[in-house]
Design a protein around this ligand. Structure first.
Ligand code: OAD
Length: 248
């Protein structure tokens, strides 16, 4: 493959599976034990905030016990040593950042931060006091401290960074690369991004354990665990591209 001038990367829950972070739709996934309508919608938060708080507090606390895996490291290496890239993740964990990816557009938000319901300001809140299942926390930004909500995008809310994502995809051209890792293709708008990148001229490459719903949008499909497959693919690409020299 010739050295692309740009690389667009989209990741989902599968990239963190080998770190021990549960996915959503696989066996034992989060949506097997919970109805997303009960824990991941604005109306669930209005109806029963403590249940929603508990669901996210368990996931926030779990971040303390997981580490990036070889797939996160391979993505970071591709970004550091390859052409200019945009990494978009549907994941709310921070494993790409911890693996060394310099910039990550977390389109579904972040578990590490909480958002003030009054001002909309986000604060990183990972102290022991912020991780109690039984009580919610208040902000430090308002004169009369307001309740904070998880800083994640719920079903029915608009994902973050869409203008930037569409701008980037619009600037892809023939010979560029779109790499998608660990996502089932169920949730839009993320599930449509590979199709759009391909339409712009990019070669679309998928690394996933099983065939996703949108398998037809990919020029190249690698089925298996990302932690096993991705490091080799990235090595091969970087080696081939180094022979081409930097793109202009
Ligand atoms: P899913 O749980 O829907 O899909 C995970 C995908 O990862 C599946 O296709 C698996 O085959 C694949 N997978 C599992 N283990 C893997 C591994 N070791 N290596 C590679 N692939 C692996 O998760 P997402 O597609 O990320 O949104 O879900 C998208 C969105 O749906 C989430 O961001 C979340 C959820 O509801 C919100 O909460 C708004």
């Amino acid at each position: 493959m010739k050295r692309p001038s740009r690389v667009f990367i989209l990741t989902g829950a599968g990239v963190s599976a080998e770190s021990g972070v549960p996915t959503f739709r696989d066996a034992n996934g989060l949506w097997e034990g919970h109805r997303f309508e009960d824990v991941a919608t604005p109306s669930a938060w209005r109806r029963d905030p403590l249940t929603v708080w508990r669901f996210y507090t368990l996931r926030r606390r779990a971040l303390l016990n997981v580490k990036p895996n070889a797939a996160h490291v391979a993505v970071a290496r591709l970004q550091a040593e390859g052409p200019p890239s945009l990494l978009v993740s549907q994941n709310v964990d921070d494993l790409h950042q911890r693996a060394g990816s310099a910039s990550v557009l977390s389109m579904h938000g972040q578990l590490r931060s909480l958002r003030c319901e009054a001002s909309g300001r986000c604060e990183e809140r990972m102290a022991e006091d912020d991780l109690h299942e039984g009580h919610m926390v208040t902000c430090t930004c308002c004169a009369a401290p307001s309740r904070m909500r998880p800083d994640v995008v719920w079903f029915g809310e608009t994902p973050l960074g869409m203008p930037k994502i569409h701008d980037w995809i619009g600037r892809l051209s023939d010979g560029d690369l779109c790499l998608v890792v660990g996502t089932s293709g169920h949730v839009f708008p993320a599930a449509d991004l590979a199709r759009q990148a391909r339409q712009a001229g990019a070669r679309t490459v998928l690394v996933n354990l099983d065939e996703p719903l949108n398998a037809g949008d990919f020029d190249e499909v690698h089925l298996g665990p990302a932690g096993k497959l991705l490091p080799g693919l990235v090595d091969t690409w970087l080696e081939a591209w180094s022979a081409d020299g930097p793109s202009v």
